[in-house]
Design a protein around this ligand. Structure first.
Ligand code: NAI
Ligand code: MG
Length: 365
């Protein structure tokens, strides 16, 4: 059956890597119809809405969404940037990426990591980050409210009084954790990883850490062939740099996962190579880890590899597993070979030249 993919190129280099890499879909002759939509900063400036209604309609009709990258700013900054007539309407800015994750219920952010060229030993692993709760649940307050003043005890609070304090709550729910761990173990099984590691900090965050840990072990028991362990997130950061080949799937709550996945992208060779998938029960969108890189936009020199790897993730999700694997391997070979390389990989190739080299390698290995 034909699949509908909605492409949202977005801003800056997002547009450039989309344009360069999308010809791969027709080159592979896949039963996929591409539709295009708008998202990002230009939409915000035009109509005070970074995800226009039309785009939401298109998302509803798509089997998968492929996003380039968007430019995003803080609420106050975004508000100030708006043209006067829109500013007066007092519209609140919410990052498009956050809107997509929340409205579509995309609870898992999957970031496969692999190292294919250079002086280290090759490895692959995968960081899976919870996307909806944890330390980014949005429970972030200034001043101590009466409701918690009874149990919020800390000697530093007495120094300037409760109003001169701010606090963030880490929310861990059984609902959120069960589906996260289930996804992590299923991912490991499907991709032949023999180990799932839960990166947390149970020796300091005792209640939420032990609660999450017990659910991790419950889920792990359903996957007896996969080794399951829990380690402190700081130790994992160290070992990801020193011995990345010892890991399989690393799963973590929102903030820890955010940090570890950027670290992992650095270990694999930079943002130009790192793909991601945002997965929910009924929807998914796919994007390179990098942003719109405004300083580099318009120069045609962004590395499109992250986008090609991202397309491969999407193809796998849509059921084109064989083609996904072929595409991944073609990108691996071009990166390893190094004859055609963008600036971040030590070469001088343009976005287009790199993309064409990958498509050539895919069609004529
Ligand atoms: P960024 O990822 O856009 O760029 C950081 C640096 O990484 C660039 O200056 C460049 O040196 C390098 N880089 C990134 N992508 C590359 C590529 N494909 N090839 C070669 N080098 C690459 O992050 P930054 O500068 O912090 O954010 C810029 C804008 O993007 C901001 O508005 C930010 O909010 C947004 N952003 C959007 C994301 C998304 O669409 N999900 C994710 C991260 C940032
Ligand atoms: Mg990040």
């Amino acid at each position: 059956m034909k699949k509908n993919v909605l492409v949202l190129p977005g801003d800056g280099i997002g547009q450039e890597v989309c344009e360069a890499s999308l010809p791969v879909i027709s080159a592979m002759d896949l039963p996929i119809t591409l539709t295009f939509g708008e998202i990002g900063w230009a939409c915000w400036m035009r109509e005070g809405n970074p995800v226009p209604d039309q785009t939401w309609e298109k998302i509803a009709g798509a089997d998968a969404v492929l996003l380039g990258a968007i430019t995003s700013k803080g609420k106050a900054q975004a508000q100030q940037a708006l043209p006067q007539p829109l500013q007066q309407k007092g519209i609140e800015y919410v990052s498009p990426v956050i809107q997509l994750r929340q409205k579509l219920g995309l609870f898992a952010n999957i970031r496969p990591v692999k190292y294919v060229a250079g002086d280290q030993r090759p490895f692959r692993c995968c960081v899976i980050r919870e996307n909806t709760e944890g330390l980014y649940a949005g429970m972030d307050f200034k001043g101590v409210r009466p409701a918690v003043s009874g149990w919020l005890k800390h000697p530093n609070l007495d120094k300037y009084g409760p109003e001169e304090a701010a606090w963030t709550v880490r929310l861990q729910t059984r609902y959120g954790l069960e589906r996260l761990f289930q996804t992590a173990f299923e991912y490991a099984r499907k991709h032949d990883f023999t180990r799932v590691t839960f990166a947390d900090k149970p020796n300091v965050m005792r209640e939420s850490g032990h609660f999450a840990g017990s659910i991790f072990h419950e889920v792990a028991a359903r996957f007896p062939e996969i080794a399951a362990d829990i380690h402190n997130v700081d130790a994992i950061a160290l070992w990801l740099v020193r011995k990345p080949h010892e890991f399989g799937v690393i799963v973590a709550e929102n903030m820890f996962g955010d940090i570890l996945s950027d670290l992992a992208a650095g270990v694999m060779g930079g943002l130009g190579l790192a793909p991601s998938a945002n997965i929910g029960s009924h929807a998914a969108y796919f994007e390179p880890v990098h942003g719109s890189a405004p300083g580099m936009a318009g120069q045609g020199k962004a590395n499109p590899c992250a986008m090609f790897y991202t397309i491969a993730l999407m193809l796998e999700y849509l059921g084109f597993e064989l083609q996904a694997e072929k595409l991944q391997h073609a990108v691996d070979r071009v990166v390893r070979d190094g004859k055609v390389a963008t600036y971040d990989l030590g070469g001088t190739a343009s976005t287009q030249e790199m993309a064409q080299a990958i498509i050539r390698e895919l069609l004529h290995p």
